[in-house]
Design a protein around this ligand. Sequence first.
Ligand code: ARG
Length: 474
Amino acid sequence: MATVTAAAGSGDGADGGPKLWGGRFKKPLDPEMEKFNASIGYDKVMWSADIDGSIAYAKALAKTTIISEAERDKLCEGLEMVRKEWSVGQFQIVPSDEDIHTANERRLTELVGDVGRKLHTGRSRNDQVATDTRLWLRDRISNISGLLKETISAFNEQAKSNQTVMLPGFTHLQRAQPIRWAQWLLCYASMLKRDFDRLQEVYNRTNVCPLGSGALAGHPFDIDRDFLAMELKFDGITLNSLDGTSDRDFVSEFLFWSSLTSTHLSRMAEDLIIYSTKEFSFVTLADEYSTGSSLMPQKKNADSCELIRGRAGRLTGHLTGWLCTLKGLPLTYNKDLQEDKEPLFDSVETITSLIKISCGVIKTLTVNPDKMKAALSSEMLATDIAYYLVRKGVPFRDAHHVSGECVQLAESKNTDLDKLTLEDFMVVSAKFESDILDIFDYEKSMEQYNAKGGTGSKSISWQIDVFEQWLKTN
Ligand code: ARG
């Protein structure tokens, strides 16, 4: 890791050493202010993006009259030397290094001499930081997209191998209708697929190049911004220099994206926490994703899921905090914008681990089909009684009422709905015939729902196929 070395002397700047912007200042920064102002402690993670941006910038400058080709080569070689220092952990941060941009430029100039002082011509840290952050985030988004796809595939694989398993589906956390476990799995796969699609949109809006916008007004030396974008593999350039330097929508969108995705994972975690209790015993979390109690030897806790659920809160916190920072800012760059870094970096790290852990939990999860089936009860087929009557020509509202009376009758007889006799049913309505007794079959009940999207087996296979095709083509 990079270390902070002793001050190189105060000179024209702060106690920590000379500043790149020190010319108009007589007094150094207050030491507390120096610390308050510095972002190097965290923005150093963008070292590679910063070097990439500077190499592209040196090449673009050489296309103007600002630097010669020989100077460009010297700058590029120097920047590669700086890259090497970072990559082997030998880069020495000095106290005057306010942020990653000043640190890299300071080191470059130490290595290549005065030509290093030409690199920043027409550039500002305002367009530089916007560029670096986009480059950095772009890479992370690609990585997260891959993990997300793997997780969607894990849900789909579990659905494939558990197609016959049934359990109670809940509304209001009350037993509602029998569903297939695969239907539950594919529900989360659907959420995550939307998250994947949304993330590609965030990527598209992140992958735009603001470099060459200068401090706010644009570039005075006719720099080729399209060339810069091409060198850095951006899809295009920002349209307006004020927007280019002050826009952080891509940060806001990513923070929203991670809060929404973590909200989905948190709901999944909550389901699994409930389903893994002794009371439910629908699923068993793998040992690799559970922990014990230091006091109660019998305990096996769903800590992985609790942490997924708990940590999701932090992501929404980052989004909220950041939007509060942003909402009152006048155009264009204000130092407040530096406050995007810590929430952004932490959100990337947090959502990455939430996805990885969720993927592991799903891949290793075991289901207990007998327990799931045992939790089904015949009153969950009350809707089927109504549908039976509908098939005999009774309007649904009336059928619903009649079915409710059957439920009431079973309750008054202190028995289950499927224990009512044909005579009992016929007392409630003359529409009932002997085939009413055939509806009490959970498997048959679920097979009614074969319209696309339902919990019927044909619909489930169709959903699995859709995911499979999508996984192949994305
Ligand atoms: N460290 C700053 C940031 O992250 C860089 C931009 C500083 N620009 C300025 N004009 N002070 O936003």
